[in-house]
Design a protein around this ligand. Structure first.
Ligand code: APR
Length: 322
């Protein structure tokens, strides 16, 4: 049986880590396409030369031509500009929408059956645009945001509670931006609610526990910007790549994991006709199912604010002619 084929469109910072992770986990053969001459060829040659050391049999091929992604099973898109300090994700809109148009045409023409994971920002708008231009079924086009936002939330909780992050389960819904909605009600450490653990840490001082939790939520919302500020040039790339590789593995191995992804909603959570971050079962068909459930009043209101932000981005994109 041949290996699955994973195509990376965009060979910058995230693209490079994606290629290395995909190879090291032997998820499939990897091709990378970028408009910069020699860049994808050089990066993948470099990674391929470590195969003996890292012990993988995946092949890695870089190209400047979309024909290289022919019949890919999974395509991960990072083509686009990353944020610079002071920039909002929506500041990237006009440049990245133009790039995404070219990418969607290239993927549709060369890998018409692929399942596509978009990482380029502003995420919700870029996923919507890719689906519209490619005409791919909506279950085969999704965005990576929630796996990373949830991982960041989990990391901050683990650091605060001084426990292993492996036992933390925490999920973030909504758009990929300052309006994301961390689901506090369900956040737990091996089944114990984080609120219970924070109150225990602060010896029953509920107000202090709530204050600490709020600070963690705020840090989660601004986590991408925190990294952008520190790097000074470019945005986070290790963690977004890890998140997208987890999604790719769930799809390629038909794991049916429930992961938070930007998926197209048709009435779930009271939302119809938009891509937004929600829990979904990922398997061989991409988004197998969106896992909708009742939110409480506060969560519903927060998700509405998030949806309004997504709508605002889409309206802005439409104004720009996309
Ligand atoms: N086709 C293919 N590749 C393209 C195209 C295109 N039309 N236009 C630009 N690229 C490539 C660039 O040449 C560059 O190598 O996309 C790559 C982007 O890489 P980086 O600038 O290093 O950006 P990165 O940090 O990888 O982030 C990519 O993901 O998280 C988001 O906000 C981030 O939108 C950004 C994207």
């Amino acid at each position: 049986m041949g290996l699955k084929k994973i195509a990376l469109v965009g060979g910058g910072q995230i693209g490079g880590v994606l290629a290395q992770l995909a190879a090291m986990r032997e998820l499939g053969d990897v091709v990378m396409v970028d408009i910069k001459e020699n860049l994808p060829q050089g990066k993948l040659l470099d990674i391929a030369e470590a195969a003996r050391i890292d012990g993988f049999d995946s092949s890695l091929v870089g190209s400047n031509d979309y024909s290289a992604i022919k019949d890919a099973d999974v395509v991960i898109v990072t083509a686009g500009l990353p944020r610079k300090p002071g920039m909002d994700r929506s500041d990237l809109m006009s440049v990245n929408a133009k790039i995404m148009t070219a990418v969607a045409n290239g993927v549709r023409d060369n890998a018409p059956n692929a399942i596509v994971i978009i990482i380029s920002n502003p995420l919700d708008a870029m996923v919507t645009l890719f689906q519209k231009i490619s005409g791919f079924p909506k279950n085969r086009v999704m965005g990576q945001a929630g796996v990373l936002d949830s991982a960041r939330f989990s990391a901050f909780l683990a650091w605060e509670l001084n426990v292993s992050v492996k036992d933390v389960n925490a999920m973030v819904l909504g758009g990929h931006g300052d309006t994301m909605v961390p689901l506090l009600r369900y956040a737990n450490v091996n089944g114990i609610p984080v609120t219970t653990l924070l109150e225990r840490k602060y010896k029953g001082d509920k107000a202090k526990a709530a204050e600490v939790l709020e600070a963690i939520v705020n840090r989660t919302r601004k986590a991408g910007g925190e990294v952008v500020g520190l790097l000074g040039n470019g945005s986070a790339f290790y963690s977004p790549a890890s998140a997208a590789i987890t999604m790719t593995e769930a799809i390629i191995k038909n794991q049916r994991r429930i992961l938070p992804v930007a998926a197209y909603l048709t009435g779930e959570f009271g939302i119809d006709g938009y891509y937004i971050g929600v829990p979904a079962i990922l398997g061989e068909n991409g988004v197998e199912e969106v896992v909708g459930f009742d939110l409480d009043e506060k969560e519903t209101a927060a998700l509405k604010v998030s949806l309004d932000a997504v709508k605002g981005n889409l309206a802005f994109m439409a104004e720009l002619g996309f």
